[in-house]
Design a binder for this molecule. Structure first.
Ligand code: ADP
Ligand code: MG
Length: 225
């Protein structure tokens, strides 16, 4: 597969809704350690709302689809992460305006625009124990995959897609996000509610970095299905 369609994006969102429901307790436990025990509930509420609206959204324009998802998340997730994930999807959608399909290069630009939005809105840098710590390495992995040789050793994988096939690139991005989320454990939180704990925030994995990893894992699974 060299491109993702609007149907793929919708399948990703369905998968994400399942994952957030399934991991609700886990994410909430992570947030109980360094926050206020609501991250799992927040994410499950938001993605359940997205799933409920999915059939009414236009899949022919991925930009419009992602923007609509961002608006739903903005109004349903709540907490610090609601506006941040809302911005991620809205800014990603802005970048994908009018696109019926995304190849790896376009998908990377789109997710990078989402990350830029998160960073602009939340003002977090890498190493401050936030979702940025999972998203930055994921985007770096996508960029690196574009330069990687395809399965036949030729740049572009033989059919002009540019670099590794999209599923493989997303699998690497999800692995990078997982490593990034795990690497938040020893960090001291500098942004968000967890920062109120100061040094006591060290020793726990960041909930938002973990949910970002889950979202990327769902996207990789959708592309690989
Ligand atoms: P709240 O902290 O308001 O209860 P959530 O529990 O839903 O909101 O989300 C907490 C997560 O939000 C954190 O684990 C962190 O990853 C993310 N977060 C908080 N503040 C920021 C920020 N300024 N920039 C990026 N991510 C942030
Ligand atoms: Mg919280």
């Amino acid at each position: 597969m060299q491109t993702l369609s609007g149907d793929h994006i919708a399948a990703w969102l369905e998968r994400a809704a399942d994952a957030m429901e399934r991991e609700k307790v886990y994410l909430t436990e992570l947030d109980a350690a360094i926050g206020d025990s609501d991250h799992g509930v927040n994410m499950a509420r938001g993605f359940t709302a997205v799933r409920a609206r999915l059939d009414t959204l236009d899949r022919g324009d991925i930009g419009a689809l992602l923007k609509a998802v961002g608006t739903i998340l903005l109004s349903t997730v709540g907490g610090a992460s609601g506006p941040l994930y809302g911005t991620l999807f809205r800014d990603a959608g802005q970048k994908a305006a009018g696109a019926a399909a995304l190849d790896l290069a376009a998908l990377t630009c789109c997710l990078e625009a989402g990350l830029d939005g998160v960073r602009r809105r939340g003002k977090a840098s890498p190493g401050e124990k936030t979702m940025v710590d999972a998203l930055v390495p994921a985007i770096e992995a996508l960029r690196a995959a574009q330069g990687a040789p395809g399965p036949d050793g030729a740049e572009g994988g033989g059919d002009g897609g540019g670099g590794a096939p999209i599923a493989e690139a997303l699998a690497r991005a999800a692995e990078a996000a997982k490593a990034g989320a795990e690497a938040t454990v020893p960090l001291i939180a500098r942004k968000g509610r967890a920062s109120y704990l100061g040094e006591r925030s060290a020793g726990h994995q960041d909930p938002g970095a973990t949910s970002s990893w889950l979202l990327l894992r769902c996207l990789a699974a959708t592309a690989g299905a």
